[in-house]
Structures are given as C-alpha cells and as structure tokens.
Ligand binder design. Structure first.
Ligand code: PGA
Length: 239
C-alpha cells in the first residue's frame, strides 16, 4: 500500500529455537528495505544479509574498553547493523536512562554510521495534564543537543501509556504530535523534514486505520512483531 517504514522491536523475546522458526517465515516473505528488524542482540547475526534492515535495541556511547556487558556503536556497525533504537521508554524507566546519556548515545552512533531511531513520548499523567508538547519538546531538545546533521535520525513517537496496553491515541492526536515534532525540529534550526513514526499497541487490526488516517512516516511495532504472520500483515499494509 504505502512506502512507509516498519520497525519491529522484538525486545527480550524469542529463544534460539523460536528465532529459527521466525526467520524461516520472515526471510522468505520480506523483501523491503523499509523494514527494520531489531532482535535481541545475541541473535542479530542470524538476521543479517537478508532483504530487510537490522537494528540493535540499545547501544553504549564509548568506543571500546572495560564496560562489561555493553556493545559499542563501532562493534555494531562493523558487523552490518544499520540502525539503533535509542531512548526507548523501557530503557528510560527500567534502566534509568537520562536525556544526557541518550544524547551521548546518539552522537556516538551517528559518528559510527548507525542510523538512529530516537524514541520519545509522554506518560499518562503528563498526557492528562496536557503537557505532551512540552515533554516532547524537552526530550527532543536534550537528546539532539549539539547534533547538527539529522539526516540519519528518525523519531518514533511512543506515548508511554500506549505501549503494551492495547490503547492508541486518537488519529487527530497522532497527527497533532507528528506535526509538532516536525515543527520542533525546524525550530531548533534543523532544515530537514524528519521522519516521524508512531509506536504503541500497533497491531494487525489497527494498522490499516493508522496508515489511512494519519500522516506518520511509519510505525514501530513491539509485542505484536514477535508473531511473524502478524508482522507480515503490518508490513503489507504499511510498506
Ligand atoms: P508495543 O510496544 O507495540 O508492544 O506496544 C511498542 C514499543 O515498545 O516500541
């Protein structure tokens, strides 16, 4: 239908047996460079060199050294990973990632030729207090501080209250925030029409309506993307 982007964030799901079943389905059926699959890091090598792109779900900002358990942008790009998700609300909330650290991760990733998918979004309290725009502007400004070239940055608007909850905002809300994000980017002097994705409870049932009724440049799919058949349906409608 469209020519938009689908990011599949598999999070910490699927073991090696399940990954192999998953790969059988997606490798045969996905032939689209607008699809970015982000598996759990240890399985990434199994996903490379196919007819889709591969992303990593997190990254550290140092190049190398004594940082047990971390992965550097250089290590990631050197095996053919093209994208990195940064600032996901689960990392902000459960791993206490702050905007300053997110900014460092973005800089290091761009310097190492990784394309960045920056996740932003408000909590339910902020939403209900009508603070969405304020929160988002703050997240964008801090995350992108001192970054001049945004050619390789995509923004994923993911309201925290819609992640894994089966609730999505109204299409009007998605459109308003998308427009607002683009205007913030222009305001802080980035002369670019940045791509904005929507994420949060996207599924095989609501995808058609989302694509039809909003002007987002694509979607970021979490839980539902673990089911290859459902992901394929979402790709068919979106890309
Ligand atoms: P969800 O997650 O699709 O499971 O709501 C989206 C995300 O966390 O990026």
């Amino acid at each position: 239908m469209g020519n938009k982007i689908v990011v599949a964030n598999l999070k910490m799901n699927l073991n090696v047996v399940q990954v192999s079943e998953y790969l059988k389905k997606i490798n045969k059926n996905i032939n689209n460079k607008n699809v970015i699959i982000c598996p759990t890091s240890i399985y990434i090598p199994y996903f490379l060199k196919q007819n889709y792109k591969v992303g990593i779900q997190n990254i550290f900002y140092k190049d190398k050294g004594a940082f047990t358990g971390e992965i550097s942008p250089n290590q990631a790009s050197s095996i053919g990973i093209e994208y990195v998700i940064i600032g996901h609300s689960e990392r902000r909330k459960k791993f206490f990632e702050k905007n300053d650290e997110i900014n460092k991760k973005i800089k290091a990733s761009l310097e190492n030729d990784l394309k960045v998918i920056l996740c932003i979004g408000e909590s339910i309290e902020e939403h209900d207090l009508l603070k969405t725009n304020k929160v988002i502007e703050n997240q964008i400004t801090l995350a992108l501080r001192n970054i001049k070239d945004l050619t390789n940055v995509i923004i994923a608007y993911e309201p925290i209250w819609t992640i894994g909850t089966n609730v999505i905002p109204s299409f009007k809300e998605i459109n308003n925030v998308t427009k607002f994000i683009k205007s913030v980017i222009l305001k802080i002097n980035f002369n670019i029409d940045i791509k904005v994705l929507y994420g949060g409870s996207v599924n095989e049932f609501n995808i058609e309506e989302i694509i039809k009724n909003t002007f987002v440049d694509g979607v970021l799919v979490g839980d539902v993307s673990i089911d290859a058949d459902k992901l394929l349906k979402i790709i068919e409608v979106t890309c």
